[in-house]
Design a protein around this ligand. Structure first.
Ligand code: ZN
Length: 233
């Protein structure tokens, strides 16, 4: 088993792209995994290929970008009745969680990723889970992630680490980390190619990237970008 290999959960969004750059700076070999779970729009899945092509020979990184795997998880859409998989309005459900929340989604993604990593001889998973902005998502919390790392380590009888470089970083900090890792080139790639918008809008270009500009994901991304720009000046 290679100690210096990582498998990055890569969705094509801003956070997982920063995680990919982070992994490329720290690991010799980096592979990626994505999930096709019947998302209402395919913009993210399309953008991941664009980003991977550009990251292939990313200058100044240590790691080699290896194979990408996309797993189809159609059963997730069968289970969940949420705004990402059905054409329902994005509002907060009675539970207080956004209706975009797919119950336990990250637990499933990480478990599938751990199974693939086992087959590929990779001991480290990297994910963009974050407590700071979406504290409503209980499967993004550090306690959850570390408990799962222990469960999959026991279940696979092999030590699996789950690294979450963005766990305590807010959206402004994510832009700052991107700049730290890859300078303006990485920031520009994130603006141009990563996808965040819940509505799958890639027609409207803003300073912070493409999106409708009004859904919660766009608002968060725009606010973070503005805060980071203010910090820099
Ligand atoms: Zn949007």
């Amino acid at each position: 088993m290679s100690e210096r290999a990582a498998l990055v959960l890569f969705s094509g969004g801003q956070d997982s792209t920063v995680c990919l750059a982070w992994a490329l700076a720290l690991f010799d070999k980096v592979e990626t995994i994505g999930f096709d779970y019947g998302q209402r729009h395919r913009a993210e899945l399309d953008q991941r290929q664009v980003i991977l092509a550009k990251m292939k020979d990313w200058p100044g990184t240590l790691g080699q970008l290896g194979p990408d795997t996309v797993l189809k998880l159609p059963s997730l859409a069968e289970i969940s009745e949420t705004a990402l998989t059905r054409a329902t309005e994005i509002t907060f459900a009675q539970s207080g969680l956004p209706t975009t929340f797919v119950p336990g989604r990250n637990l499933l993604f990480l478990t599938y990723a751990a199974a693939l990593a086992y087959r590929r001889g990779i001991a480290t998973l990297v994910g963009g889970m974050c407590e700071t902005d979406f504290s409503g998502y209980p499967d993004c919390r550090n306690d959850t992630i570390q408990a799962l790392a222990r469960a999959v380590s026991l279940g696979l009888d092999r030590q699996v680490a789950i690294e979450t470089p963005l766990m305590y970083v807010d959206k402004a900090g994510t832009w700052a980390l991107a700049h730290e890792l890859g300078g303006d080139a990485l920031v520009n790639l994130i603006i141009a190619d990563t996808h965040t918008c819940y509505l799958g809008d890639r027609a409207h270009l803003h300073a912070w990237g493409s999106g409708c500009g009004t859904c919660p994901a766009c608002e968060l991304r725009a606010k973070g970008y503005e805060a980071w720009r203010t910090m820099r000046n």
